[in-house]
Design a binder for this molecule. Structure first.
Ligand code: ATP
Length: 237
């Protein structure tokens, strides 16, 4: 299987502190991969590095290839245009804009195509459809997370990068959100899903990569992931 995303030997340091230490991983077209690890393991840093939002450095700063193209030196906007979608931690929506406008501004230039994409997202999230004309500030936290995911989908990404989508959500809303992620994955979009909540992420992802202190400590089928391996990645010394 050729990789859609291929990361090799990627290292990131903040000041003198290493956040990612020679990380390698790949995601195939249409594949969903869970990126698991404790608070501070480097999950957010990895997603940001894929988007060019943190400088990669050091002697082995590594390479990131997307659909065959080397992303080194490319601005974030170019990476998004190549097909990376990003849902950052903490639901960044435009609070003062309507739900619909939040989606529209993230959409394609073609009006008809854009309108079609908005309808697709409303079908995925009926709550958003019901509140399409309301200001985004009126949405609940869970609905804002849905809107943030919807915004990322408006760019028709081939790989969706999700940073802790269930953080702070009630179990019911987290379930709803993961159902949408599964539907997005089933429609053929590849997903890299960073999560601390392993159980939910594993239910959506056939493969899991475990990060601990900036290093990949396991990469393989979710089905073969033992409690002991998870415990070691999250709490091991
Ligand atoms: P979280 O669940 O808290 O987001 P994470 O697995 O995503 O955890 P990162 O946020 O990538 O982890 O952090 C990895 C390491 O880099 C941690 O030690 C963190 O303290 C450090 N770090 C992250 N961002 C910065 C920053 N802007 N400046 C300095 N250090 C940072």
């Amino acid at each position: 299987m050729t990789a859609l995303l291929s990361v090799e030997g990627l290292s990131v340091a903040y000041g003198g502190a290493t956040a990612l230490d020679s990380v390698s991983l790949s995601v195939a077209a249409g594949e969903t991969v869970a990126l698991l690890g404790a608070n501070g393991a480097g999950k957010s840093t990895l997603l940001k590095a894929l988007l060019g939002l943190v400088p990669t450095r050091g002697p082995a700063r590594g390479s990131v290839r997307f659909d065959g193209a080397d992303l080194a030196g490319l601005a974030t906007e170019r990476r998004v245009r190549l097909g990376l979608g990003y849902v950052p931690e903490g639901r960044r929506v435009f609070a003062g804009m309507s739900v619909r406008d939040n989606l529209e501004v993230a959409g394609l230039d073609d009006r008809r195509e854009r309108a079609r994409d908005v309808e697709r997202i409303f079908a995925l999230f009926p709550d958003l459809a019901r509140k399409s004309g309301e200001g985004a500030w009126r949405l609940s936290g869970g609905q804002q997370q849905m809107l943030s995911l919807g915004r990322a989908m408006m760019g028709r990404p081939r790989l969706l990068l999700l940073d802790e989508p269930s953080l702070g959500l009630s179990p019911k809303l987290a379930d709803e959100l993961f159902a949408a992620v599964r539907a997005i994955a089933a429609s053929g979009t590849a997903v890299l899903l960073a999560e601390q909540s392993a159980v939910r992420a594993l239910s959506a992802a056939p493969r899991a990569v475990l990060l601990r202190l900036g290093r990949v400590v396991r990469d393989g089928p979710s089905a073969g992931l033992t409690e002991a391996a998870l415990h070691d990645a999250f709490f091991g010394v």
